[in-house]
Design a protein around this ligand. Structure first.
Ligand code: PEP
Ligand code: MN
Length: 288
């Protein structure tokens, strides 16, 4: 069932599983997130807060997202926090708030699901389900996401090789769900000057090996606000089909990841810059 098509520089035989293999769909898969197509010529930007905190916060960030030209909104209701004492998210109450904003703005929403027992409930509110870095190796969760008829945003495990990342995606496709977007979000290395090391070389490698769309998360990839814009530009230049970025109207008061969240005006300015990069590499990025 597995096709080997890639020799690593170390000449290690690299396994690209059959369903995610580009050979099974050479044209590339387009993932349709409630009308927004990811994987075509258009670069799609997803923006929103790390965590859903309040209606006011969602309105403010949605306004910035829309004004800047984001096509999809993000926001977590179930947060995978390193500390059990950190804010864990508003849960279903947050999802209700997010759905309301989505209906009002017309922006589809992506939100994380962490537990198989909550899959159906979260899928009832979300337009796309996110499986986060910490759960990339959660095989029951991957299988369950494969049974749901909603697109899945699968983030690379922070310690996962590209081979393991592709095998995790294969779990989802194996259950019949082909609507999967891969997200490079940085890996753990010995480097301590950034939160993670954003592996942008993963973008061309993934684009070569798989037909699935590939997006980049420069927010978690760097963890530092001022490094997000240059890496967002570099991600588009490297061939990414989109970006997911954290924005907040008051980052200094954010309950989660304020240090890496862009201010609304920074995000809106960045989008104009990103459009130039997109055009330079033969892509499109439509601004309002
Ligand atoms: C997130 O996007 O909210 C998140 C927790 O990211 P990651 O899983 O990449 O750490
Ligand atoms: Mn975050």
């Amino acid at each position: 069932m597995e096709i080997n098509t890639y020799n690593t520089p170390a000449n290690i035989n690299f396994t690209v599983p059959v369903r995610v293999n580009r050979e099974s769909n050479p044209e590339g898969t387009i993932v349709n997130v409630n009308g927004v197509k990811v994987g075509g010529t258009e670069v799609v930007v997803i923006a929103g807060p790390c965590a859903i905190e309040s209606s006011e916060q969602l309105y403010e960030t949605a306004r910035a997202a829309k004004k800047g030209g984001a096509r999809i909104m993000r926001g977590g209701a179930f947060k995978p926090r390193s500390s059990p004492y950190s804010f864990q998210g508003l849960g279903e109450e947050g999802l209700k708030m997010m759905r309301k904003i989505s209906n009002e703005t017309g922006l589809p929403i992506v939100t994380e699901v962490m537990d198989t027992r909550e899959m159906e409930m979260v899928a009832g509110y979300a337009d796309m389900l996110q499986i986060g870095s910490r759960n990339m190796h959660n095989y029951p969760l991957l299988k369950e996401a494969g049974l749901i008829r909603k697109p899945v945003l699968l983030k690379r495990g922070m310690m996962a090789t590209i081979e393991e990342f592709l095998l995790a995606a294969e779990y989802i496709l194996n259950q019949g769900n082909t609507q999967v977007i891969l997200c490079e979000r940085g890996i753990r290395t010995f480097e301590t000057s950034t939160r993670n090391t954003l592996d942008l070389s993963a973008v061309p490698v993934l684009k070569k090996l798989t037909h699935l769309p590939v997006i980049v998360d420069p927010s978690h990839g760097t963890g530092i606000r001022w490094i997000v814009p240059p890496m967002a530009k570099a991600a588009i230049a490297s061939g990414a089909d989109g970006l997911i970025m954290e924005i907040h109207h008051k980052p200094e008061e954010a309950l989660c990841d304020g240090q890496q969240s862009l201010y609304p005006e920074d995000f809106i300015g960045l989008m104009t810059e990103l459009k130039k990069i997109a055009l330079a590499v033969g892509r499109e990025l439509s601004l309002p």
